[in-house]
Design a binder for this molecule. Structure first.
Ligand SMILES: *Cc1c(COP(=O)(O)O)cnc(C)c1O
Length: 333
């Protein structure tokens, strides 16, 4: 029995996605890049409102909201947040009111994730400079005054409840690899609010697995006043505690590359453009401009710099986000 699974299986959970997501090999990209074996975990295909990694967190977060008798959920993000869009879809499916605190001001045109949020019936609270949920308490107070029972989903869904979804994801991956007769040496993915990364760390620990987890940092701004690697360690520890595990995590357990931050969150450069077009043009797979485009750009750079041997196997975890492509058309031409 894998440690922690009894607790994990006992947590409230709302089924929202189609799992396991596909595991595919990218043979064309391997050839083009002269890369070692390259696998991709297709979490862009989780199925909830055009999919993405937040579906895994939301199964536990929405599960908890329902268990607590909430009638509304609130979360926050950038105007093109994939997390907010998947939350809006989940809330629609479960009959919950959805409130989104989005950074910025109302744009002239609805596109990408923002368009989808409105189709899912979410109420948007334009929040200016605040794109990480700084104003959630104020909005929650207003909802409570109206007699509502709001459940707070933190920025990115990244608390121990949400991160538990990525502990479960590691178990899913291990079963898939075993069935396919594959093993991996490195998992590369976009890391931003910390939930994916810390859940993967706890999952690797309970499985006793030896692969490296290489997060590519997407956003140079801090989370809750902490550098991202510090927040990931904190969240791995609280997630382990949530699952009644004794494991503790420290700086040595985190590998986070901040080499690909470019001009900041959501600013598209040559790195992202090349990665998006190579992956689309050779594999017919869509990345996204903000997260997976940057993370794949980082992986391509690491391959070119000889970071991996030809005998190793690399898995790129596709965390979703392609609806945002439609909001970045001008930057991708
Ligand atoms: C949110 C998101 C990430 C980052 O996941 P975190 O758990 O916030 O670190 C990566 N890729 C996409 C497409 C996302 O929407």
């Amino acid at each position: 029995m894998i440690p922690g699974t009894e607790t994990l299986n006992g947590l409230p959970r709302q089924r929202l996605g189609f799992f396991p997501t596909p595991l595919v090999r990218l043979q064309n990209l391997e050839k083009v890049l002269g890369a070692p074996k390259l696998l991709m975990k297709r979490d862009d295909q989780t199925g909830l409102g055009l999919g993405g990694n937040k579906t895994r967190k939301l199964e536990f977060l929405i599960g908890e909201a329902i268990a607590l008798g909430a009638d509304a959920v609130i979360t926050a993000g950038a105007a093109q947040s994939n997390h907010c869009r998947q939350t809006a879809a989940a809330a629609a499916q479960c009959g919950l009111e959805c409130h989104l605190a989005l950074g910025g001001t109302p744009p002239a045109e609805l596109s990408g994730n923002l368009l989808l949020n409105t189709l899912f019936g979410a109420e948007i609270h334009w929040s200016g400079e605040m794109r990480k949920g700084e104003n959630i308490p104020t909005i929650v107070a207003g909802l409570q005054q109206q007699g509502k029972k709001p459940y707070i989903i933190p920025y990115g869904g990244s608390n121990e409840t949400g991160a538990s979804g990525f502990v479960a994801a590691m178990i899913e991956l291990q079963q898939q690899l075993a069935a396919a007769g594959e093993q991996v040496d490195h998992i590369v993915f976009a890391s931003s609010s910390g939930g994916t990364h810390s859940g993967m760390m706890v999952g690797r620990d309970i499985l006793g697995a030896g692969f490296q987890l290489i997060g590519v940092n997407i956003d140079k701004d801090e989370v809750y006043g902490m550098a991202l690697d510090k927040y990931i360690i904190h969240l791995a520890n609280t997630t382990a505690n949530h699952l009644k595990l004794n494991s503790t995590f420290s700086q040595d357990d985190v590998q986070l590359s901040s080499d690909y931050l470019g001009d900041g969150y959501g600013v598209i450069g040559d790195l992202e453009r090349e990665a998006i077009s190579l992956t689309a043009g050779n594999e017919g797979i869509l990345l996204d401009p903000v997260y997976t485009g940057r993370a794949m750009g980082g992986l391509i750079d690491m391959i070119r710099k000889g970071r991996f041997t030809q005998e190793e196997t690399i898995l790129f975890w596709h965390t979703g986000g392609s609806p945002a492509l439609f909001a970045y058309g001008d930057d991708l031409r």
